[in-house]
Ligand binder design. Structure first.
Ligand SMILES: [Zn+2]
Length: 231
């Protein structure tokens, strides 16, 4: 297959990158907008997290501050809800929403929520897959070695699978967060709608990441197919 200097499958990469950029721009503007809106209860991210965890009957999960921006996460190995400083100390809609979302992951862990367990189990394989897939694939292209092309595609599929399993985990954590915020009365119904728009924007970044990976996988399949016709 001869394309001259232009490989048309680059279009797939550009579409994927565009989707990711749009999603991350949207989450940044939404989070910034509601980080200026103070929750009426005045509860900080830390207080929100503690209240939700206790309401869920979880006593042994710690809530700790971590450095950086958008570094919020739940660490299942140390059983800690780690909140960035602007979430930990602030009582904005964004801070409360993110704190509640991370607690959603802690509750998933407590309940052995299946997609979370699957996701944790495939992390090592997915990491290897995403690092080695393209290098092996390109060596396969250069050397015209079909088994390497197939192996590269299989490895990359592991990374795609990881991103696919991430979707239910993230959407479910946000669903739990909204339910807990409503149930505990931390936020008013109107405030809950605002939190929902922040969490939905955040979840869409995972959808965009998956779409971008699926497009990359498609590109590999097209390139491998073209290579096959060359032989
Ligand atoms: Zn999450």
């Amino acid at each position: 297959m001869y394309y001259g200097w232009f490989d048309p499958t680059y279009i797939l990469l550009i579409i994927g990158a565009g989707l990711c950029l749009l999603a991350s721009a949207r989450v940044r503007t939404t989070a910034a907008k509601y980080s200026k809106v103070r929750a009426a209860s005045g509860m900080t991210g830390e207080q929100t997290a503690l209240r939700i965890l206790r309401a869920a009957g979880i006593q042994d999960v710690q809530v700790v501050p971590v450095q950086g921006s958008l570094t919020d996460h739940y660490d299942p190995s140390s059983r800690r809800v780690c909140l960035s400083e602007e979430v930990y100390n602030r009582s904005s809609i964004t801070a409360v929403g993110i704190a509640a979302h991370e607690c959603g992951h802690a509750i998933q862990h407590e309940e052995n929520y299946a997609p979370l367990s699957i996701r944790t189990a495939i992390v090592p394989a997915a990491n290897i897959g995403s690092q080695l897939a393209w290098p092996l694939f390109f060596i396969g292209i250069i050397l015209s070695m079909r088994p390497l092309l197939t192996f590269g595609i299989l490895l990359f599929s592991l990374a795609v699978l990881f991103q696919l399993v991430t979707l239910p985990v993230e959407f479910n954590a946000s669903g739990r967060a909204l339910k807990m915020l409503e149930g505990t009365g931390i936020l008013s119904p109107d405030e809950n709608k605002q939190v929902k728009s922040v969490l939905t924007a955040a979840a869409l970044t995972y959808v965009a990441a998956l779409a971008s990976s699926v497009l990359q996988l498609l590109r590999m399949v097209i390139l491998a197919g073209g290579r096959r016709r060359d032989d």
